[in-house]
Design a protein around this ligand. Structure first.
Ligand code: PHE
Length: 414
């Protein structure tokens, strides 16, 4: 029986052609791992907040926002791919789960906040593997200055303070110009002021990274910390940057940031200000700092996971066991003129198997030359974080996946 309403966070919403949020997701919307005492995500939030002691700290905003707030207010174009039902979770056409903490920028600036951090759970439809989960956490940070002589003095003084802090640190920073032809100053900005603000943003984040990665015991203090700045594009900042940190032979992308688009401040009714914003993902950093090998562990209720952590302390996680994995393949014909998006397949598996699914890969794809039908084969890797799974249990889950595939997408199993 198709339902007419769904409940999210105690509220009833009418369903429509956009509705794609699954029970696996709704059941987690109230958990707020970033506020659970002693949880690694909460400790990391606290550490970041401690680097910004004079900022307002917000952390309990509802994840339900309008698409207008998540996208339009931030100058996303009408055809931006992030808006697609294959990429974002919609309650219905008028309500979605925020895809980023930037969704609250206008709201925060409207309240008159000029220096603030906001930590929250965010939601994106994606593939399934050990480093992707449809829910993760971000910290948004922002600071705005008056565009007068006082504001200018404030940035310059803060830049001097932050520069001298960095000068003493064991850090190598690969920098790029604050402004360039491909990463331009906004036409309504004074280029000198915009540069100073971009510099303040970079100095502030370099110091934050130093503090956060310096707090971990599994990161060598003899080796310099390596940070690199990369040109980026976001509809709601210009110039824009991404930051990567070098860890165990790999560059790890940890945040996006930039000089706030004046349109955002205009929408918030803020006048004569210029400033920066950043959005930083907590899980990737926490996985490195705490040596947590699989992103699903953050959601584990197992005391063997939770009891290893203490509030405010960064320590190395000792995996209690790696249970055997079990691969199951499913091959099927997709109905004619139907395109099955990988994210739709993944959400179906996630909703059926919960956190027992570790990885999903498409291992085959071909079009039959005569019938023109498409055949797909997916390999699902099942493994629990907490226990051994029996063959019986996995076979049962896999057969449920198969019947739901037939039911929801009309596929023909091969
Ligand atoms: N919201 C962006 C993201 O999730 C990050 C960002 C925040 C970029 C603030 C610029 C300014 O990717």
């Amino acid at each position: 029986p198709s339902k007419t309403h769904i409940e999210v966070l105690g509220q009833q919403f009418p369903v429509d052609d956009y509705t794609n949020i699954t029970p696996a997701i709704t059941s987690k919307t109230a958990l707020k791992l970033h506020l659970q005492p002693s949880h690694p995500l909460s400790t990391l939030r606290g550490l970041i907040e401690s680097a910004y002691p004079d900022f307002t700290h917000a952390s309990s905003m509802s994840p339900l926002v309008t698409p207008f707030k998540n996208f339009d207010e931030l100058s996303f174009p009408a055809d931006h791919p992030g808006r697609a039902v294959t990429d974002s979770y919609y309650v219905n056409r008028n309500m979605m789960l925020r895809t980023h903490t930037s969704a609250h920028e206008v709201e925060m600036f409207k309240k008159g906040e000029t220096k603030w951090l906001l930590t929250a759970d965010v939601y994106r439809r994606d593939e399934i593997d050990a480093s992707h989960y449809p829910i993760f956490h971000q910290v948004e940070g922002a600071r705005i200055f008056d565009t007068d002589a006082n504001g200018l003095k404030e940035v310059e003084e803060d830049n001097a303070r932050l520069s001298s802090l960095l000068a003493q640190a064991n850090i190598i920073i690969e920098d790029i110009p604050h402004i360039s032809p491909t990463n331009p100053v906004q036409h309504d900005h004074d280029p000198v002021f915009s540069e100073l603000v971009a510099k303040n943003l970079k100095l502030s984040l370099n110091n934050l990274i130093l503090k956060v990665f310096g707090a971990a015991s599994n990161i060598s203090k003899e080796q310099p910390l390596r940070v690199r700045w990369i040109e980026a594009y976001f509809p709601f900042t210009s110039p824009s940057f991404e930051v990567e940190v070098f860890f165990q032979g790999k560059w790890l992308e940890i945040l996006g940031c930039g000089v706030i688009r004046q349109a955002t401040l205009d929408t918030a009714g803020v006048q004569n200000k210029i400033g920066w914003a950043f959005g930083l993902g907590l899980e990737r950093i926490a996985m490195v700092l705490f040596s947590i090998p699989d992103i699903r562990l953050f959601w584990s209720q197992d005391p063997r996971f939770l009891s290893q952590f203490e509030d405010g302390k960064i320590n190395v996680f000792q995996p209690y066991s790696k249970y055997p994995s079990c691969f199951k393949d499913v091959s099927f014909w997709v109905p004619k003129d139907f395109e099955l998006h990988e994210n739709d397949f993944c959400d179906l598996v996630r909703d059926t198997a919960g956190d027992l699914v570790e990885d999903v890969k498409r291992i085959d794809h071909f079009v039959h030359p005569k019938t023109n039908r498409t055949s797909l084969c997916y390999r699902v890797n099942y493994r629990s974080m907490d226990r051994s799974l029996s063959n019986e249990e996995i076979n049962h889950v896999q057969s449920q996946v198969i019947s739901r595939l037939k039911e929801q997408f009309g596929v023909e199993i091969r």
